[in-house]
Design a protein around this ligand. Structure first.
Ligand SMILES: [Mg+2]
Length: 268
């Protein structure tokens, strides 16, 4: 798979901005969302990548920002959580709109009531929606889907998305493509080639947005119909790509600092 990594590196010849999903992309999916294991070397690798990209690194996930912080504490990268409904960039956080939160609460209550006592189904409330995981009971997928569809009646601003062993309700306005487009308007992402990396259906919006803005997508895992231009078979090969970017990209923070000093002295 070195060839695929090389091809992706060739396509990322200029300065790139990395937008990466979390579950199934940076960490292996587990039987329960809380049971994922963060690889020992991931935190340091992400810090190095952040530095090599002069901060143009964002985690874009269906998880909440709080959850990402719990798995990857003390990181400086930008985080767009809940599929784009909440974001933190450059130390500033922006939460979801109140009407989205109240609708999400109503939908979550409906789903929880419908599925109460159903073994193997895990209802995960989110600030802007709800996820029903059926990995532990694959035969109950249809039941999970039906409960969600029923809860969504009367909430036209929400829709249901199917992921890997999960159905999720989320606001129509929040998606990973919009998240990428938002960040690409601000420093240090603006002007770079966007690379969106993910493993699942919800990442397709991100792949398409990256292409629209002159970049590309990278889909991790099993071959699938995708708008990602490249594919990598597993997380290990993605880390090989990250390590190559770290080795290649000069850290220009020092020269930026020098430029700033020059500008400041001119002002004076
Ligand atoms: Mg994923």
């Amino acid at each position: 798979m070195q060839n695929a990594v090389s091809a992706i590196l060739s396509a990322s010849s200029g300065p790139v901005a990395i937008f990466t999903d979390f579950d199934g992309t940076l960490v292996e999916i587990a039987s329960h969302p809380d049971a994922i294991i963060v690889p020992d070397d991931l935190p340091a690798r992400l810090r190095s990548l952040y530095s090599a990209l002069d901060g143009a690194l964002a985690v874009v996930t269906g998880r909440t920002i709080e959850t990402i912080d719990s798995f990857l504490p003390a990181q400086d990268f930008s985080v767009t959580g809940s599929h784009g409904a909440e974001r933190r960039h450059d130390g500033t956080s922006e939460g979801p709109a109140p009407h989205i939160v109240s609708n999400a609460t109503a939908i979550t209550r409906h789903v929880s009531d419908t599925l109460a006592g159903k073994d193997g189904l895990f209802v995960e409330p989110k600030p802007t929606g709800v996820a029903v995981h059926y990995r532990a009971a694959p035969e109950k997928g249809a039941m999970a889907s039906a409960a969600l569809e029923s809860a969504l009646e009367g909430h036209p601003d929400f829709h249901a998305i199917a992921g890997k062993m999960v159905f999720e309700a989320r606001p129509l306005s929040a998606n990973k493509g919009a998240a990428l487009e938002h960040l690409m308007q601000v420093k240090p992402f603006a002007g770079r080639t966007p690379v969106f990396i993910g493993d699942d259906v919800t990442d397709e919006d991100g792949f398409a947005a990256a292409e629209r803005l002159g970049g590309f997508g990278v889909r991790i895992g099993q071959p699938a119909e995708t708008s990602a231009r490249f594919a990598l078979p597993d997380i290990a090969s993605l880390f090989a790509y990250f390590d190559a970017l770290i080795a290649r990209e000069p850290n220009t923070a020092a020269s930026d600092f020098a430029d700033q000093r020059v500008q400041e002295s001119r002002v004076r």
